[in-house]
Design a protein. Sequence first.
Length: 404
Amino acid sequence: MTSVANLTDPAVEEAERYTAHNYHPLPVVIAEAEGAWVTDVDGRRYLDCLAGYSALNFGHRHPDLIAAAREQLDRVTLTSRAFLHDQFGPFCRDLARLTGKDMVLPMNSGAEAVETAVKVSRKWGYKIKGVPDGKATIVVADGNFHGRTTTIISFSTDPEARADYGPYTPGFRVVPYGDLDALAAAVDETTVAVLLEPIQGEAGVIVPPRGYLPGVRRLCSERDVLLVADEIQSGLGRTGATFACDDEGVVPDMYILGKALGGGIVPVSAVAAGREVLGVLRPGEHGSTFGGNPLACAVARGVIALLETGEPQARAREVGAHLHRRLGGLIGRGLTAVRGRGLWAGIDIDPALMTGREACERLLTRGVLAKDTHDSTLRLAPPLIVTHDEIDGAVDALAEVLKG
Ligand SMILES: *Cc1c(COP(=O)(O)O)cnc(C)c1O
């Protein structure tokens, strides 16, 4: 195995020595990036097919977003929510318009936005639905990934994410993803929300059967349960629509957004919902020091403006179709399955050939950054600005890697 990065680089040794080993990074030390490309400390260039787990949907250092950030850096960066600032109202208005919802609550990380959704759903359940105090349940899917807090890992089914972190937060029911009957059976009068990823990213870009999401929508409406869509990874253009739910004409009661909302510059997350839902919160009941700060709001407004042109979504559809056509040609030639939508693909490598990790290491030597998820599954999610030719380069590299 040839390794591209200079492993004697002090940056590698220092990262190994001084950091908790909660990640196992590929041996590449990035120094610069622009658009769909990153450059390492030795000047080698790589096509970024991970795009910060979709936090970089618009590419590295998108000029509009960098300009918005620069302009805001020169004005005001932090006020706390104790005061208003001139980006806050406009950001909330813009995101409400993009989501079609009445109200927005900004946070920072995705996990915080999921926590916010859990808290708001429970409060809605007690105050509006009339669930007996302390009895609220939320139904989630197996294989889910919603973040890393103690409550969120309490309903994870991934032993790596969950083991040794108990005691676990109660109030969650886990059902098989894509199984509407199982979901219907798990919902009862204590259920305040169904929390789902419309496409499961971390699990390997798992697309549920057609009709599942509309079925969940109907069930939630009939049983007075909130449908909460975690679109942190699937949303904001990745699948070729603004939200993955759009692909099936489904409108959830609450969107959870993050990752690309921060334009690859700052962490920005938010939940968006109707007034009857987010309106349950009163001053002092929930908050965040950095949530909705001026820099975050200015960058996120730039992100929303890009999405409102419809161009990132159109590119994800068009170039994504090309990606899936090309990947389909590798089935039986080292790949056993290809899933996904838009510029988002989960690919299963024949486990007899190599692990996902090995494939990523070999792709790295060919100038492609990708990340394995489970065992032999890779997730490909290049920035939405990627070109046909760049996709061809990446798929050609993958084809070579799969030849061994
Ligand atoms: C990444 C992710 C999260 C967690 O976001 P963080 O910013 O890492 O806390 C939650 N849900 C989904 C679907 C994600 O992909």
